[in-house]
Write a protein that binds this ligand. Structure first.
Ligand code: ADP
Length: 903
């Protein structure tokens, strides 16, 4: 042990020596170190050989001279290796000299094959393999082999040229001595190389550990930084929002909007940096869950189209309607990737359009390969920049992009995320024309029902988004906000001010526990990271204690470290949900709306739908051409949900009043029309012209291969004739005579849509509809005969008489003509009689669906109708629908109809 230590000490001393360190230290190339080691060992070996020859063998001739020449040669080589930097040249020169001159010379002069000299030749050849490569290796290996062969051949052919050793004893001693020296040299060489190899391994391990430590500390630094930065941004965004909510001057509002935008950019940069450091440290996990495909795309569309609209860009959406409605994958990360490339597309496009298209290809029964492309008509990317596009912090074509905010992190993160999900991201671009980014990803199918038209889902998304703006008030609700940062508490209080919620604050977990001993709160918002007792610990103490209140109160975590699957993580910890800082006021309100007792919430009525509907019209939806499109005349009174579900297009009618002509349902609302009629105005309906039908049909044929149009009954007005005339101009438009009162047409439309979905062809559908018509029952109860008089169906006298007698006409359809189905009388009783007579053969009625169409009936009246109906016949679905303006103009206010089908 002691000895070893001494050994080590001596070794360390030697290594510390400047001269040794310069010749063999770690800074010297590994091959050079080895070579120098050979020079030293070789020189020592040869010197011993010479001394042995001189003193032991008393050989003073060539046998002693050649080893001494060898020693001199090796010393010279050592010296040269210190002077000449290029090691290869030194090795090359040394080996050429030794293998082609020195060793063959020693061989010839020192006893030939029988002496120890062949061992030196062997060593020379081994060194060629160890020290040289490339052309040098080939050349020296060749010349060395040639020299060895030549030496042997010469010793055989011209033995007279050979200087033999003097006796057998000398021969044996020489060969044994050389063998031992060369064996030691080769053995030491291997040892040395092994030691070097081990040292190199240790060094590289040490370096990679240092590198990992430095990456980890960098990542920790980023994580801490982003947490620290998020907290003040929370204050900035929150307080700035308060300014925006106030009635401030335009200039202040403009400044506040700029602050808001800048804070959002800062936040995005921090999120990117955090993501990147997570990816680099291998802490970014892909967390697959089930997700609704349509909702995912709709969420993204909702984020992007506002930005596209602000820049007056067209936003086109072309999402394959056959994509499965529920998939399995990391929805959060897919959204992150697509949001990045969509945001870039808008950012780097000044005019034109951005198109999001999604195609799906089924790989096997439970996997679909999604191809998601984002195409823009923007600045495009130079060909030579494409290779740098996905590199970290690389912003290409700086001269054109420097005015556009960005860090060059987004695409790099996107690429790494896509690859972690097993997909690819590629880009195609034409400089100055635009770019197309394509993401290909395989996802597992959970439900293969096709998503259908995205238009409906996106519309819903817009409504949902707007509904967050809908304020609720809850003056009796009590909320406790717990955060160690006073600024955060102030922001939360201010953000909640408009809701009139009673907000208390606590600056620590302990204070929260104290306060909840005294008072009950409906919801607690709790910061996760607090000194002393963090949010998690506070929550567990709150839940497990027996005294005080709030053991069951929903607790929402507030966090500045947002993770991909934050919701699940916080729920696992026992929180009911989480809110990311900076707190978004709309999300805060939405969360409270969800967790506060519903009876405490007071809503203010706000009409947000129309806004959403208008905005949505700036998006362009691409649709796959359908086989068959169903259309109908607008007076069919189909509820809008079905109209959208089956994508039914309606041909407009006109309402003609003394004031002018209006397009039905579009230019004149039902309420305004009824008001106008009630004030004594007159209105009649007119169908569109044959030319207008032609245009309508050709538009439909852009969407589908053929069209089935369900027209108003041929015996009523001209619409059927005009539609028929127009259809003759096309091969593939079929017009079906509904033979129904307007509201009965809905049943025909639903039937047609059902048959289309079942895959029937247009002729089969038309034939089925002809039969099905017989089953539909519709009649209309009018309030008065006034509209009949207005439409010149009865004279003035008859009308006056009907008024006096309080007669209520029932309109029905017979032989394709509108006829009087009966007259009922009795104030209040007529409705009851009508319902009873309409449903009198209840046994033969199909109970799946009842439509109640009405013009201007009150909610109370409608409820009464439903109750009366229920007394006679139970229907699975009862749908109430306002009639079109056309019907209101024809039948007048207060009319209603029951529509059902016979078994
Ligand atoms: P940035 O934050 O700069 O947008 P990204 O990583 O998202 O960072 O993009 C890297 C670079 O790629 C951008 O700076 C831009 O030069 C280029 N780029 C990305 N998308 C587009 C696009 N749709 N059109 C033109 N250039 C683009």
């Amino acid at each position: 042990m002691e000895k070893k230590k001494l050994w080590l000490r001596i070794w360390e001393r030697i290594l510390k020596n400047r001269w040794v360190n310069d010749a063999f230290g770690p800074k010297v190339d590994i091959q050079m170190r080895m070579c120098r080691m050979i020079f030293v060992i070789g020189a020592v070996g040869l010197l011993l050989d010479a001394l042995y020859n001189i003193f032991a063998m008393h050989q003073y001739s060539m046998n002693a001279v050649f080893p001494l020449i060898g020693v001199a040669f090796l010393i010279a080589a050592f010296w040269a290796s210190r002077k000449i930097q290029d090691g290869k040249t030194v090795f090359f020169a040394m080996l050429i000299l030794s293998n082609s001159v020195l060793f063959p010379g020693a061989f010839l002069c020192g006893g030939g094959a029988e002496s120890g000299n062949p061992m030196w030749m062997f060593l020379g050849l081994v060194l060629v393999f160890l020290l040289l490569d490339g052309w040098r290796f080939a050349l020296v290996a060749l010349t060395s082999t040639a020299s060895i062969l030549a030496s042997y051949v010469l010793s055989e052919v011209r033995p007279d040229l050979l200087t033999p050793l003097q006796n057998r004893h000398l021969v044996r001693m020489d060969s044994v001595f050389c063998l031992l020296v060369v064996a030691v040299i080769v053995g030491l060489l291997f040892r040395f190389q092994n030691a070097l190899y081990r040292r190199q391994c240790e060094l590289s391990e040490q370096r990679s550990q240092e590198l990992e430590d430095s990456i980890n500390s960098k990542n920790l630094f980023f994580a801490n930084m982003s947490h620290e930065i998020r907290t003040p941004i929370n204050t900035i965004i929150g307080l700035n929002e308060m300014i925006l909510r106030e009635d401030v001057s335009d200039e202040v509002a403009e400044n506040a909007i700029n602050i808001q935008n800048a804070s959002k950019i800062l936040l995005a940069v921090i999120n990117d940096i955090l993501d990147l450091s997570k990816i680099e440290s291998g802490k970014m996990d892909i967390v697959p869950t089930q997700y609704e495909t349509a909702n995912m795309f709709s969420d993204m569309v909702n984020i992007i189209w506002v930005r596209a609209m602000e820049k007056k860009l067209e936003f086109k959406i072309d999402i394959d309607e056959d994509i499965p409605s529920m998939l399995y994958g990391d929805e959060v990360r897919i959204k992150q990737v697509l949001t990045n490339i969509l945001t870039n597309a808008v950012k780097y496009t000044e005019k034109g359009s951005v198109t999001l298209s999604v195609k799906g290809k089924q790989m096997d029964h439970n996997t679909i390969s999604l191809k998601i492309s984002v195409e823009d008509t923007g600045i495009g990317i130079r060909k030579e920049s494409l290779k740098d596009l996905f590199s970290v912090f690389k912003r290409v074509d700086q001269s054109r992009t420097k005015k556009i905010e960005g860090t060059g992190l987004g695409l790099s993160i996107a690429k790494q995320l896509v690859e972690m999900m097993g997909g690819t991201i590629t880009v195609d671009s034409i400089y100055q024309k635009g770019s197309c980014f394509t993401v290909r990803l395989d996802q597992k199918i959970v439900d293969d029902t096709p998503i259908g038209s995205m238009q409906r889902v996106v519309r819903k998304g817009v409504k949902d988004r707007n509904s967050y703006q809908q304020r609720f008030e809850a003056p009796d609700a009590r909320v406790l906000v717990v955060d160690d940062n006073e600024m955060n508490l102030m922001v939360a209080c201010k953000l909640l001010r408009s809701t009139k919620v009673q907000v208390d604050t606590a600056v620590s977990g302990k204070q929260c526990l104290d306060m909840t001993k005294e008072k009950y709160y409906h919801v607690i918002l709790m910061d996760h990271m607090m000194p002393d007792m963090d949010g998690e610990e506070t929550l567990h103490k709150l839940r497990s204690r027996t005294e005080g209140y709030c053991q069951k109160t929903p607790v929402i975590a507030l966090t500045a470290n947002v993770m991909a699957n934050a919701n699940e993580i916080y729920q696992e910890k026992g929180f009911e949900g989480y809110l990311a800082k900076p707190i978004s006021s709309s999300l805060l309100e939405a969360t409270l709306q969800k967790f506060l007792p519903q009876e405490l919430l007071e809503f203010s009525e706000q009409e947000v739908e129309t806004e959403g509907e208008m905005e949505i019209s700036s998006m362009i939806f691409h649709k796959k051409k359908k086989k068959i499109a169903i259309s109908a005349d607008s007076l069919c009174d189909i509820p809008w949900q079905w109209r959208e579900k089956y994508d039914i297009k309606l041909m407009h009618y006109y309402v003609v009043t003394d004031e002018g002509r209006f397009v039905d349902n579009q230019e004149l609302s039902l309420e305004d029309l009824l008001d106008y009629i009630n004030k004594g105005g007159s209105a009649i309906s007119r169908c569109a012209s044959a030319e207008e039908y032609e245009t309508f049909f050709s538009d439909r044929l852009m969407e589908a291969d053929s069209v089935i149009h369900i027209a108003a009954a041929s015996g009523v007005g001209n619409s059927f004739n005009y539609a028929q005339q127009a259809a003759e101009g096309f091969d593939n438009v079929r017009v079906v005579d509904s033979g129904q009162l307007t509201c009965g047409m809905t049943f025909l439309i639903l039937k047609a849509a059902e048959l289309v979905q079942a895959g029937h062809d247009a002729d089969e559908i038309c034939a089925s509809l002809q039969k099905y018509k017989e089953k539909i029952c519709t009649t209309f109860l009018l309030k008065t005969t006034e509209s009949m008089y207005r439409n010149k169906r009865i004279g003035k006298r008859a009308n006056q008489l009907a008024h006096v007698l309080n007669l209520r006409p029932v309109i029905a359809m017979r032989h394709n003509k509108i006829t009087l189905g009966g007259v009922l009388t009795g104030r209040g009783k007529a409705e009851k009689k009508y319902i009873h007579s309409a449903l009198r053969r209840s046994g033969s009625i199909n109970g799946s669906l009842l439509l109640i169409a009405h013009a201007g009936c009150s909610v109370k009246e409608l409820e009464w109708i439903k109750t009366e109906v229920a007394k006679i016949k139970k229907f699975e679905t009862v749908r109430v629908q306002k009639t079109s303006s056309v019907i209101s103009s024809n039948c007048g206010a207060g009319c209603f109809a029951l529509i059902y089908q016979r078994k």
